[in-house]
Write a protein that binds this ligand. Structure first.
Ligand code: ZN
Length: 78
């Protein structure tokens, strides 16, 4: 049975993005750089939008991004 051919073993949602890839990626909303990614999302260091990472692929679509969550990003006001 080779139905899993091509899949990386033991990696569900923990696929690490290549550093060289991260260097060229920019936030499509503000062209800002991204913080070191979590396995689940990329966070823009400039505007704070959070882009989901699905199956190791960052979804760099503003429509798919979520705004900064309360308490998760240093907000200018309480
Ligand atoms: Zn941004």
């Amino acid at each position: 049975m080779t139905e899993d051919a091509g899949r990386q073993p033991g990696s569900e949602n923990g696929v690490a993005l290549a550093p060289e890839l991260l260097e060229i990626l920019r936030c499509p909303a503000c062209l800002g750089e991204f913080a070191p990614p979590t396995p689940a999302e990329l966070v823009c260091t400039s505007c704070g939008l959070r882009y989901p990472i699905r199956n190791g692929v960052p979804i760099l679509l503003v429509d798919e991004a979520q705004p900064p969550q309360d308490g998760d990003v240093t907000a200018p006001r309480a």
